[in-house]
Design a protein. Sequence first.
Length: 778
Amino acid sequence: MSRIPLNFGIGQPVYRSEDPRLLTGGGEYTDDYSADGQLYARFVRSQVAHGIIKSIKICTALEMPGVLAIYTAEDLRADSVGDIPSNMPIKNRDGSPYFVPPRCGMAEGRVRHVGEIIAVVIAETAALAEEAAELVAVDILPEKVTVEAWDALQDGAVQLWDEAENNICLDYFTGDQKACDQAFEEADHVSSIRVLSTRMVVNAMEPRAVIAEYDSHLDKFTVTLPTQGVVGMRSQLAKAIFKMKDEKIRILSNDVGGSFGMKGACLAEPIAVMYASRKLNRTVKWTASRTESFLSDQQGRDSLISAELALDKDGNFLALRCGGVGNLGAYSTAMGPGPVTGVISRNLVSVYKTPAFAYGTKAVFSNTVPTGPYRGAGRPESKYILEQLIDKAASEMGFDRVEIRRKNLIPAGSFPWKTPNGQEYDSGEFEALMDECLKQADWAGFEERRAKAAQRGKLCGIALTPYLENTGAAGELCDVRFHDDGTVALITGAKDMGTSHRTPFAQILSDKLGVPYEKIRVIQNDSELMSKGASGSGGSKTLLGAGNAINDCATKIAEKGKIAAAHFLEAAAEDIEFAAGDFIVAGTDRSIGIIELSKRLQSEINLPKDVPDTLDDKAVHDTSPSSFPNGCHICEVEIDPETGVTEIVRYTVVDDFGLVINPLVVEGQVQGGIMQGIGQVLLENTVYDENGQLVTGSYMDYCMPRADDLCNIAFSTRNVPSTTNPLGVKGCGEAGNGGSMAASMCAILHALAPVGVTKLDAPATPARVWEAIQAAKN
């Protein structure tokens, strides 16, 4: 018998198997790798936000001993290097495709943001490459600059691209404008709000890096870099950029020190490094400095949205109408305008009955670093808008904030529920979950705590924000291979980036097949091991895709194993039962364990034709639509009116993640997300001056959240299994900041309401809060 310990199965809080190695310095990140005789790349970047490139003089730098080459966009284009793709399945409101600027990875004739690559220097050492890069003389004729999305739309604003009139990349609309307008005409009350979601620098712990090796005999690249999916990265580089067959590029990606969406798509630097490797037939390496990360990592958020809520006299929602602008930066990245258009629109209705809905937004270009998905990628912004709007409606109409939400929650017995923004929710107990969160947060005791805070001279506020997210649709590969040493390889295209895939993936396989947990090796790092169907991670879809693919594959292996076990146990296949890793002849004590069975198959020579010769199998799970994780966040703050300092004093969250594979891992994901959301509300902000220079270009100016900026988080779950996928799981990776942005800002505004502050844009720094209090006094 090979019964597995139950404490390693589905639902158990198994400690992360990755941690001992990572916490003791055993991580293997891209910069940890080097090749004998490798060269080093250094980029010449624009110090001007917008201008015409008059000349690039490379002679002095190229004459330095040890400098092998300097390349520009002209070289890349001469060798038919293609453009970085941006192909989101969204269109303008008139049905036309959105505009995608050409982008080969280096500026062509014109620079459009500070930090844009003008040239790449290749040298024998990193120091030499840096020195030579400083000798490249670039003459740029500066032009006018626009950095804010709203300004970029105005008449007379500088045009970044001739093909994008008024700098509009995409003019997006979804919903029923006629029904929405009619509901507003018939409404007893309309509340409106305008919400700025500030721009974020991603600040992953590990900077981007790439090592490219080209084999001229095979005409093949081997590229090592941090990514969210080796197969997706290979596809982008092969098809769109280098115009090669997929098998001509091998992507390796070992440990990834954070990504949050930023490393999910190809950016400019790998293209130049790969190009140099092919031209020189040498291995070339580049690792970003932290300054380069600020200037070149795609950034996140940056939208200005106006929203209106129509209600009847009893506080029932009649319609939600929203519109605004999103700042794409100088180019359209892989997801391009997706977060500010389709993602926000799919998530705005949330857990509420909302009969009519309309959303229109313009995604525009500006002279700033391009933006892309950043943890949540539109989901947190949607709640940030909606929940502030609901609080405002409650205040204006004299309703209790809890009760106005309660009367508009979608009832538990009404699923499937179709929303006016095109979603179909499958499950949820929104009211019961909210009540559980209210109880755990001791909402009823708030006024007593507020009175005590007032005695200490503090303003105290509390807010609740129910939330629901639409995750990415599933699609992923699982390839299970049994080895003769008793270990089992689990290969999947989903890529760990600090998100602990190895542990829950192994738990699922161990639970379903009875394979000892410690014998499972999860492999995610090599595109050559991946067959068709591998996708990658992002959009909180990893468990939907990979988790269900593992489940599907385990089912296939178990059925195959019954046939093989029947042969060795001399029984009929229909008499074989499978449980906890053992194939058993029903009603007898005869059995064979799955590992032993695998070894027997590998050693047998003359198996009957109808008996499989291996338990190895593959599965691609691509049938599950989105899942809808949901929950409720309650944040309580205290503010010192004399200094403007805000302190998070209590934080409670109750989530519904369907079937939870590993509660410990899930709690860690939620805590991290909450911290990121609060960081955006309290501290983080990316600032450009009127010349397009990045003011917050280092940690001296860009404030990151620290452990002491948050109290202990009271976390629990009230799970309702999803019906959209066989496992019943719901994504959890981005849920933390999905509710925390809204909860923390609404709590701050609640605390400030007694002193007359009704509007505050993030970040709620001490200076901003203090100034808002003084302005209200005056």
